[in-house]
Design a protein. Structure first.
Length: 263
């Protein structure tokens, strides 16, 4: 039995149950706040691990000159295309979605470099995270930006690795039970630690689908923000923005800029 989680299946279910115009608006607002509309409008945008296509659509709505996106999961690519047809303004050019891996050097030769490279919560699920980060960095044009969300290294990370392995080995009824038990604990934890309502999701996402994504998300790797900074600086990148996770096991959100001519 494969331990790899079916991210595409979860994104397809999310799209069928939750996707609507309001979530697209929320995604556009969060992308503009994080990256800056001036950094997106009129520029090329690459979405690595596009999932539901929500942020590829948001980039197009924010005025990106071109949007290219790919995902290793075939269902995710199909779901992204369907969502773009349903929710993208018809006057805007549709994102170019394709199936491929950030670890596939041959595939990446045809991707080209882009002004904004966006890899949100995807590279830590490749099984070779540092190579994935290096490959993503190679796709950033001079003076362009690399936007990353990577799970923070924490003393509980080995425990969560085992939880994910058990989850993906388990039948559906056990997964549903784990969703309820761990989801309830996470709900309380966010209230206590972050003092925020877990159901008030930012970025157009959904708490319960995020629970499934978290429990099932394997392969699973983690890194501290400092480790990522130290890895990317020799490649010609400067850290411009860091947002720490609201709970310690969440994602560090990082924005790097590539220096002109930096490699």
């Amino acid at each position: 039995m494969s331990l790899n989680f079916d991210f595409g299946g979860n994104w397809k279910a999310f799209s069928a149950d939750r996707m609507d115009a309001e979530r697209v608006k929320a995604a556009v607002a969060s992308l503009d706040e994080l990256v800056g509309k001036q950094q997106i409008a009129g520029r090329s945008f690459l979405d690595i691990g596009c999932g539901s296509g929500l942020f590829s659509i948001a980039a197009a709505e924010s005025g990106a000159r071109t949007v290219r996106a790919f995902d290793v999961n075939e269902t995710a690519v199909a779901t992204s295309k369907e969502n773009a047809r349903a929710f993208l303004d018809n006057d805007l050019p549709a994102p170019d979605f394709s199936q491929g891996s950030i670890l596939d050097e041959v595939f990446l030769r045809n991707i080209g470099q882009h002004d904004v490279v966006y890899a949100w919560g995807s590279l830590h699920h490749t099984g070779r995270m540092w190579q994935a980060i290096r490959n993503a960095a190679s796709l950033v044009a001079d003076d362009g930006i690399l936007v990353l969300a990577i799970y923070n290294a924490h003393w509980t990370s080995p425990f969560w690795t085992q939880v994910k392995r058990v989850y993906n080995r388990s039948p559906g009824v056990v997964r549903k039970l784990m969703n309820g038990v761990f989801g309830g604990a996470m709900y309380v934890g966010v209230w206590v630690v972050a003092r925020q309502n877990p159901m008030k999701k930012e970025r157009g996402m959904d708490f319960w689908y995020d629970v499934v994504d978290w429990l099932g998300g394997y392969p699973f790797e983690v890194a501290s923000a400092e480790q990522i900074r130290e890895f990317l600086e020799p490649l010609g990148f400067e850290l411009k923005h860091l947002t720490a996770p609201r709970v310690s096991t969440g994602c560090n959100e990082l924005i790097f800029q590539r220096n002109s001519g930096g490699r």
